[in-house]
Design a protein around this ligand. Structure first.
Ligand code: DP6
Length: 351
């Protein structure tokens, strides 16, 4: 194994978190442009740490990737494709190779999408290196926007992880400055009821996904409900932004759960169709709704393109929800597995 500690010119290190979408991105066109705008919450604990070293291509002719300390050549073709996409932003890359090392805090087999944290961390590292290669250094005004655009080319959802809190990717009439090319943070302070949101990820199954999200997005091209879906997403975006502003918890719950089940109904009704929920997913959802009805507590669920349930609630409900999870939900989780996460404040550059 070649050592990652090659003679390097510039080095950059970032830690970036995964995110969970509340309004879902599902369907894309052109060069990684979304069919509708999406809104997500950046997490805190589910992070990727990435170090990128820039090496003269005469010393190291090809990009190398190390995952959790081991050479991982299987990922290199995907990274090469990504680098060929971003070379127009960073022409200096033509003369250099990258040595990339990455670590995840969450287990590889936990069924958690890692592309958002991984691609945002990589995009931030390359953007920082580019800043250092230029005489004036970083242009911080557009640094995050540019990094978000680069991250998007690696994975759409990664564009949103460049910002902390809630962020929006995709042009929407409800957010000034929103764009299909990069994500933006919200331009208002969210109501305090949403300021310390928790996300407990109930691992129903850690099995590999039955369909990649990229393949799922493509199925939307011929989906009979596509146009209605894109209209509904825009309506839900307006509703959830208003809820985040005004503190309307009922609307927040309504939209979040509608988007989660809407995503899965699109997957079920595509051709071919996919059922990604497991019996445990439905049992958990029913128990969450029942608990909410019984107690009036603020908690709700969302789903990614898989069977695991993200249970969302404010910090003030922490103790009660912990008892609820331990008492009623753990039995539906694979080996009782839960990832305890919460809203995070965005990527951090390690000096
Ligand atoms: C269901 O961002 O993973 O998680 O752009 O092809 O890499 P690519 O897809 P990806 O899709 C995420 C889909 C989703 C919803 C979301 O995060 O908005």
């Amino acid at each position: 194994m070649n050592s990652p500690e090659k003679e390097f010119l510039v080095k950059s290190e970032w830690v970036s978190a995964s995110n969970i979408a509340l309004v879902k991105y599902w369907g894309k066109h052109g060069n990684q442009l979304p069919a509708n705008s999406s809104l997500s919450m950046t997490l805190k604990n589910s992070v990727t740490r990435t170090i990128v070293r820039l090496v003269d291509s005469k010393i190291q002719p090809k990009t190398q990737f190390f995952f959790e300390g081991l050479a991982a050549p299987d990922f290199e073709p995907k990274i090469e494709t990504f680098l060929s996409q971003i070379i127009r932003f960073f022409p200096f890359l033509k003369n250099y190779s990258l040595v990339i090392e990455s670590w995840n805090t969450f287990p590889h087999s936990a069924g958690i999408a890692s592309s958002a944290s991984a691609m945002s961390a990589l995009a931030l590292c390359v953007s920082s290196i580019s800043g250092e290669m230029q005489p004036g250094g970083d242009n911080s005004k557009i640094f995050s926007r540019r990094a978000s655009e680069i991250a998007r080319l690696g994975s759409g959802s990664a564009s949103r992880s460049v910002f902390g809190g809630f962020s929006v990717w995709g042009k929407t009439s409800f957010v000034a400055g929103s764009s299909d090319e990069w994500a933006v943070p919200l331009d208002f302070n969210v109501n305090p009821v949403f300021s310390e949101m928790q996300d407990s990820i109930l691992i129903v199954s850690s099995a590999k996904k039955k369909i990649s999200s990229t393949a799922g997005h493509h199925l939307m091209n011929a989906h009979p409900y596509a146009e209605q879906r894109y209209r509904l997403a825009e309506k839900n975006m307006g509703l959830i932004l208003n809820a985040l502003k005004s503190g309307n918890v009922a609307d927040f719950i309504r939209v979040t759960e509608n988007e989660a089940l809407g995503l899965h109904s699109l997957m079920m009704s595509s051709d071919p169709g996919f059922m990604l929920m497991e019996p445990g997913t439905l049992q958990i959802i029913n128990k969450i709704r029942d608990y909410r009805e019984r107690t009036g507590a603020f908690l709700c669920f969302t789903l990614d393109a898989g069977p695991n349930v993200h249970l969302l609630y404010p910090a003030s409900e922490k103790e009660n929800v912990k008892d609820f999870i331990n008492g009623e939900l753990l039995e539906h989780c694979e080996r009782g597995k839960v990832l305890w996460d919460e809203m995070g404040s965005g990527p951090v550059r390690i000096a």
